[in-house]
Design a protein around this ligand. Structure first.
Ligand code: AMP
Ligand code: ZN
Length: 469
């Protein structure tokens, strides 16, 4: 029995899939105009672990995660960098996929992109207009929010209160301040598609409703994302999908809490972010994964170097324990002995506790603690003579459990020869310090030195990135 905290009902519910042994799951993906930061990495890691757990207990999971590849931020980034939006998008999609792979996040079953799904998006808007849930004003199509009676059911917001809190700007043509854009006409130089209303592009919320329907059908099991998406994004998705299809959109809504730094949400706009790339390179991507899973996904987690060090030590303990176990297994005696039965029972007990923790709303923090207990037990066993069946059971259990959390895997290869990542990062911080001190000659000198050593650096808004050329 698996229990999930459902944002829709604000309580833990027993999970019942629509079809036996199958799960249809949609996770809102990033807007691709920059490198993902470790706040964005949280939903990646958390929901990948949810998926791994379901797969481990026999479910066939269809996992969809979109890329928002048309958006004002992308258009602005392309202008700033004198590139086409396609170039910007292609670059950041590849970099995001690289980060996800480095974090041991399994590729989604489908990674749809808005620009490749315009037809179903237009179809959905057409249906909403036909059913009277949307209206057009001079090429812009709005969703008629007050017409959808259930509006507010996810975020528990009351329509009247929302209306009081907002007002229609003079320039807007909306009937209600809560109406939101489904389609908007292009401005000069922007990418656009033809539609019955104008040459333009979709609003943000409609893409997930349309893509979820294309890849998973009208009603899905789980829809997930960070808690900042509850309102308005997910509330609007529900309104669009349910008004269009006339059936429930998603049975379970799960939301991760924030990753904070200095106890404030990490975000682009506050400028207090660290990219997954820089943290992964500095501490290890696997360490970042352990750090994320060391908290329950609905609790805030505070990023500090000390917490990362603790995660690093913990992971080291698991790896060392596994190494000793492997060695003991290769050198042990065949038969079982008088202690085997109780030892096997102890392993089974910890294994069950792990599954109970994960079944209780994906409590990865507790699940991780049972892995540590198993390692402790394993270390006792490997220090004395222990029978093969016990060591085998320990090994298979630990391999299975660490695989569910996705924490033991090969790290991306560091270059052999040339400068190590640590050395490059050191040069980069020396250059940043030189720039700060307005010693531009020295900054250029370091850049040229790196280039001559086969390392190209690039200044971006998210800090300095490097690649080997
Ligand atoms: P965005 O590109 O800002 O739409 O974010 C992509 C995903 O990352 C969404 O699911 C967000 O809710 C999530 N997210 C953004 N910032 C944080 C944060 N500081 N902590 C946890 N999740 C976040
Ligand atoms: Zn979405």
């Amino acid at each position: 029995m698996i229990k999930i905290y459902n944002t829709l009902t604000k309580q833990k519910e027993v999970f019942k899939p629509i079809e036996p042994n199958k799960i249809k799951m949609y996770v809102c993906g990033p807007t691709v105009y920059n490198f993902i930061h470790i706040g964005n990495a949280r939903p990646y890691i958390v929901f990948d672990t949810v998926r791994r757990f379901f797969e481990a207990i026999g479910y066939d999971v269809t996992y969809v995660q979109n890329f928002t590849d048309v958006d004002d931020k992308i258009i602005n980034r392309a202008k700033e960098e004198n590139k086409t939006t396609t170039e910007v998008v292609e670059y950041y999609i590849q970099e995001t996929l690289t980060d996800a792979k480095n974090l041991n996040v399994k590729p989604a079953s489908f990674h749809p992109r808005v620009t490749e799904e315009i037809e179903p998006i237009i179809d959905m808007i057409k249906t909403l207009v036909d059913k009277g849930f949307a209206y057009e004003v001079e090429g812009t199509v709005y969703f008629n929010t007050p017409k959808f009676n259930d509006y507010g059911k996810l975020s528990k917001k009351v329509l009247e209160e929302l209306e009081i809190g907002s007002r229609i700007e003079v320039a807007e043509q909306k009937q209600s301040p809560l109406d939101f854009v489904l389609w908007k006409p292009k401005k000069d130089g922007e990418p656009y598609w033809e539609s019955p209303w104008s040459n333009g592009r979709p609003g943000w919320h409609i893409e997930c409703s349309a893509m979820s329907k294309v890849y998973l059908g009208e009603t899905i099991d789980i829809h997930a994302g960070g808690e900042d998406l509850v309102f308005p994004h997910h509330e609007n998705e529900i309104a669009q999908s349910e008004a269009c299809n006339g059936v429930p959109f998603a049975n379970y809504w799960i939301h991760n809490s924030f990753l904070n730094i200095d106890n404030k949400k990490m975000s682009k706009s506050l400028g207090n972010f660290k990219t997954a790339r820089e943290v992964g390179e500095a501490f290890g991507y696997d360490v970042l994964r352990v750090f994320m899973l060391s908290a329950h996904y609905r609790s805030p987690i505070n990023f500090t170097p000390e917490a990362m060090e603790a995660a690093k030590n913990g992971l080291e303990r698991i790896k060392n324990g596994l190494d000793s176990l492997k060695f003991a297994l290769d050198n042990c005696k065949e038969s079982s002995d008088s202690q085997s039965a109780t030892q096997l029972q102890e392993i089974e007990k910890l294994n069950n506790s792990f599954f109970e923790a994960m079944s209780d709303d994906f409590n990865t923090a507790d699940a991780l603690s049972y892995i540590f207990e198993l390692i402790k037990f394993s270390n006792i066993c490997t220090k004395k003579e222990t029978s093969k069946d016990v060591l085998e059971k320990l090994y298979s259990t630990l391999t299975n459990l660490t695989e569910i959390l996705g924490i033991i895997y090969e790290q991306p290869k560091k270059e052999i020869g040339g400068l190590s990542d640590e050395e490059i990062l050191d040069y980069i911080s020396q250059r940043t310090a030189a720039k700060k001190a307005k010693d531009f000659a020295k900054a250029d000198e370091i850049r040229n030195f790196l280039l001559n050593s086969g390392v190209e650096i690039k200044d971006t808004r998210e800090g300095v990135h490097f690649k080997r050329v």
